[in-house]
Design a protein around this ligand. Structure first.
Ligand code: AMP
Ligand code: GLY
Length: 426
């Protein structure tokens, strides 16, 4: 089979890398890809939003299956577009992808179907949103309804900050139409975790958890980023918690989506706040996480293509997924200045000095004059398995230090809390 992976981040490199390991895969190409995906197969110069161009690339390159990485094309209806042209494609259709594309849709679904989540209310009127903030006992979390590249959430420390966030979204429209509506939400406390499951609209297959690090600096300080590292499994996960998440969150959500006439097929990603005795949904996403994918797929010992095909063909009830019990740690190497301004085009050295069983997934990289150079804010994710979290972490950082480019920067505390209290149980 020939597979086309849509996207250009380290998540898509990891997906292409995992698919390339399947006995049944002859070739994997990526659109538009990066310098890492180019080593696995062709990079096709088509943007993720150019659905017509992607459909044409499928025909010209004799592609048998399309796997979509990012949320923007999914929420924009890439699956509907390709399916209408008889192209097999993995991911939820436009209406189902609204679980990520509209926070208001997701909150309505959760409230209606009693899926545990924070109290919230949705507003189309700026004045009413402000009045609600004044009435609330605590400053709420402000979320713009639509997609905002991970920047549409303000965890306000004061009512003034919440009011400013609402004004920026609804009046100044800094997120464009995505901020036409806002959701005000109760602030939850606890530890955050991401869980991922495959679903064909009926069966929910294995829930794999990971933690990511969104802040730029050590100790969870500094601005939010696309993610500076990840590890799996989280030290606080145990079988009872996985069961509770399946029974109270994932299975009811898949049932609810079917009941609402928007059956969900693909990867369901729940961002959770886990507290003693209670687990609540912070958000749903309609795809794999980045950087979580980079630590999850190295732990998957099953053939990813088998699971994807079973999902598309509604056969997940007959499928299973095996996971390596060893923990995995992924550290993102970013360009100096990210998530603010940074320079591109710095040559990257040391990539060939990395241990053969350590995976380096590329994001912002490209080839120039025969060399790999930086081409984005998040540049690489260096990923290592180990018999213990401590070993995985030590190996990841040992290999991070072998790679150099000007102004390279990374967090030094990825998975540290898991090492301090090591007890991986799932
Ligand atoms: P979201 O895009 O909804 O996941 O929000 C982005 C980040 O904002 C989450 O990963 C949390 O760190 C934080 N967040 C979102 N909702 C809440 C909430 N209700 N309480 C506390 N933090 C939240
Ligand atoms: N790791 C956060 C995300 O993929 O949205």
């Amino acid at each position: 089979m020939k597979i086309l992976v849509v996207g250009s981040g380290a998540r898509e490199h990891a997906i292409a890398w995992k698919l390339a390991q399947s006995d049944r895969v002859d070739a994997v190409c990526t659109a538009p890809g990066n310098a890492g995906t180019a080593e696995l197969g062709d990079n096709l110069p088509v943007d993720v939003g150019d659905f017509g161009g992607l459909a044409e690339a499928v025909v010209t390159n004799h592609v048998d299956l399309v796997v979509v990485g990012p949320e923007v094309p999914l929420a924009g209806g890439i699956v509907d577009f390709l399916q209408a042209r008889d192209v097999p494609v993995f991911g939820p259709d436009r209406r189902a992808a609204a679980i990520e594309g509209s926070k208001a849709f997701a909150k309505d679904l959760m409230q209606k179907h009693r899926i545990p989540c924070a109290w919230s209310e949705t507003f189309d009127s700026f004045e009413e949103a402000c009045a609600c903030i004044h009435r609330l006992p605590e400053p709420p979390v402000v979320k713009v309804d639509g997609l905002a590249a991970g920047k549409g959430v303000t965890v306000a420390e004061s009512k003034a900050e919440a009011l400013a966030a609402v004004e920026a979204a609804m009046v100044r429209r800094v997120f464009g139409d995505a901020g036409r509506r806002v959701v005000l939400e109760e602030r939850l406390r606890g530890i955050e975790a991401s869980v991922f499951a495959f679903t064909d609209g009926q069966t929910v297959l294995t829930t794999i958890p990971a933690c990511d690090y969104k802040r730029a600096w050590d100790g969870d300080r500094g601005p939010n980023t696309g993610g500076m590292g990840s590890y799996s499994p989280p030290e606080f996960f145990h079988e009872g918690l996985v069961r509770r998440i399946n029974e109270t969150v994932l299975e009811p959500t898949v049932k609810a989506m079917a009941a609402e006439g928007t059956p969900y097929k693909g990867i369901l990603y729940a961002g959770l706040m886990v507290d003693e005795g209670s687990t609540k949904v912070l958000e749903f996403n309609c795809r794999l996480g980045d950087p979580e994918t980079q630590v999850i797929l190295p732990r998957m010992t099953s053939d990813l293509l088998d699971v994807i095909e079973a999902t598309i063909d509604n056969r997940l009830d007959q499928a299973s997924i095996q996971w390596d019990r060893r923990p995995c740690v992924g550290v993102v190497i970013a360009s100096g200045g990210y998530p603010g301004e940074y320079r591109k085009g710095h040559p990257i050295s040391g990539l060939s000095d990395v241990d053969p069983d350590v995976a380096v997934f590329h994001a912002g990289t490209r080839r120039a004059d025969g060399r790999v150079v930086t081409d984005g804010g998040r540049v690489l994710t260096v990923t290592a398995l180990g018999d213990t979290m401590e070993e995985a972490r030590a190996r990841a950082y040992d290999n991070v230090r072998r790679i150099q480019f000007q102004d390279a920067r990374w967090r030094t505390d990825i998975a540290l809390r898991a090492v301090v209290s090591e007890s991986p149980t799932c």
